[in-house]
Design a protein around this ligand. Sequence first.
Ligand code: AMP
Ligand code: ZN
Length: 722
Amino acid sequence: MLRLRDTLTRQVREVEPRQPPHLRMYSCGPTVYRSVHIGNLRTYLLADWIKRIARSQGWQVFHVKNITDVGHMRQEMAERGGDKVIAAALAAGRTPREIAAEFEEEFHLAESLLGIEPADVFPRATDHVPQMIALIERLRERGLAYEVDGTVYFDTAAQPSYGSLSGNSLEQLQRAAGAEPDPAKRHPADFTLWRQAEPGRQLMVWDSPFGRGYPGWHIECSAMSMAYLGEELDLHTGGVDNIFPHHEDELAQSEGATGKPFVRHWVHGQHLLADGVKMAKSQGNVYTLQDLMERGFDPLAFRYLCATVRYGTRLNFTLASLAAAQRGLQRLRQLAAHGGGAADGARVERLQEEVQKALEDNLDLPRALALVWEFARAKELSGATRRAGLVGADHWLGLGLDHPSLGAPHPGEWRELANAREEERRQRDYPEADAARASLIGLGVVPEDGSAGSTYRAASALDRRHGLISSPLAIPDQRGEPDLVEVSVSIVSSGYPDDLVRCVRSLQRHRSRHSVEILAVDNDAPEVGVILNELAREDPSIRPFHADHQLGEAAARNVTLRAARGSVVLILDTGVEATGDCFTPLLEALRDPLAGAVGRWGAVSRDMREFDDSESVEVDAIDGYCLAFARRRLQEVGLLDERFRFYRMLDFHYSLTLRSFGLSQRRIPELPVVMHRHRGWEDTDPDERERLSRLNFRRFFEHWHHRPDLLLAMDPSASTHS
Ligand code: AMP
Ligand code: ZN
């Protein structure tokens, strides 16, 4: 008996197809104006696992997964920043259809690399506009839709059950709509079924009884599921972000049009996160399967990783956890590879039963994996039994357990390098030998040096990753440890090695009698990493950190803040150059027990919205290009808020945090530093940086708008200080 959590009843319930043995299943598929990311793929894996266990119930699964190639393209533009791809492609003379075809292809490839069985039908929205129009007509006939100027809306107030899936009520939605609801709508929760084409729109427009236009997003899933599965579905899947509004609206439309229950079982998968927030293009934290493969991972290692947590639990993705998953997978494959002796059929069957039971229990994949591991490790089993058990369980897991493990390295090209390295070792030229070692690993060969000489084996993705960090948590937290030096400088570099070198050299030149350590993060920029290691080799006060992916600004800074051992921390942008001893004035200024942040540049605000550069000493916020504070503050007020993935407003956020602890922010106008071009900013696409800035600003404003009292402008005593 298969039990899954049903979102509508909020219960783990038995799945009961309406007409067994047929199971009619629908999954919301990809939007093909951009690459699918591994978050999307987690949701598609959920559907795949459900299908596999459903078949074990003796059911014949008929599965439909739509391809969204029109509809929320506009929503996309407004919310997700995906429009540049379209714009660029259109500029290159390509049609939306061609662009969609390309991403659709990529999606199918990703699914197949993950061992996801193809759906029976992949209907495209653009091929089903007539069905959508017919459905909208039906809704109008039933008084559930109304038209305003060629745009048709669903009338949520006319559908009493509206909100039952997501648990939203119309009153709540009314309140949430805020100040600027669409005036054409009767209720803010009403959603677009058909939108009138804006003047000049040539592409992706259709004639309809309501005029020229194009369908809204939600209607496609209702129309296409009905076209292929009939009016009542057994099971509908998606990610939790689909629950509202997408599935709520699908439900309202479908039941509104047919008067029949639409879906017997709604299953939603929790999100894949990265750096603690939902993986989404708009967050700038997406990985595609291709990205993982370029880093040397087996795609099925991602499948394994997803199987280690239950589908109703968020999964924070890191490359380090993926590496662990790959190790586990590799090991299971090795254990499955050796098949000697006689197979014990009863033991194999018992494992099958146990794994099936675990999966029937709301898809308990972690339990299934644990059973498989226990079996794989059982000493008393013959090789043949072990192999039969693992390969059998893999019909459900889909991990490719009977694949051979890594192949042997390519002979030839690496041999020369290996010989050179051995020679360098004999000459005791270790830096060169180390460099050769890294190159060899890059070629897929790992040297292992023993007393009898060196041997070589095939590299796995793990070898390449040795020593890289996935998150600040990889760095032991030293905040409570005593000071070892006067100043810890924090530098983060995601490119521009020249800037990094200029910045570091200037600090070395001017540190004079001060004890200074420089903590520098190579933020997934290999060219920076190489130079950083060189700098560190000649100057032991430089401590390099190498990130395995691009960390957000706050997280990257926190790497250094956790490791710092100076009495003072100085955050510097690599665009900054010291022109004299900047350490003495900073140390001096921070001797004041009420000093929060100090630095060269600062800003003031009257309303928390606009911040203006200020020439005064006392300011509301110190600019992050050059910002110093006493390290003990990190214990009092905490590390940086890692939801700030972009640098803007992060400095002001931290300044105000210090202010809220009663500490002042002061500029040191004579501080001998200059700021060169800020290349990271200049080279970021204007739309993109605008978007990232806005995201950070929103975060900042939500946090501080109710604390105008923290601003100098609001504090009558403040003006006397400066
Ligand atoms: P979209 O292309 O945005 O419509 O998303 C396709 C599917 O992926 C939907 O079912 C989403 O719910 C799901 N999805 C989107 N982002 C994530 C994520 N970070 N983790 C898991 N599923 C996701
Ligand atoms: Zn859908």
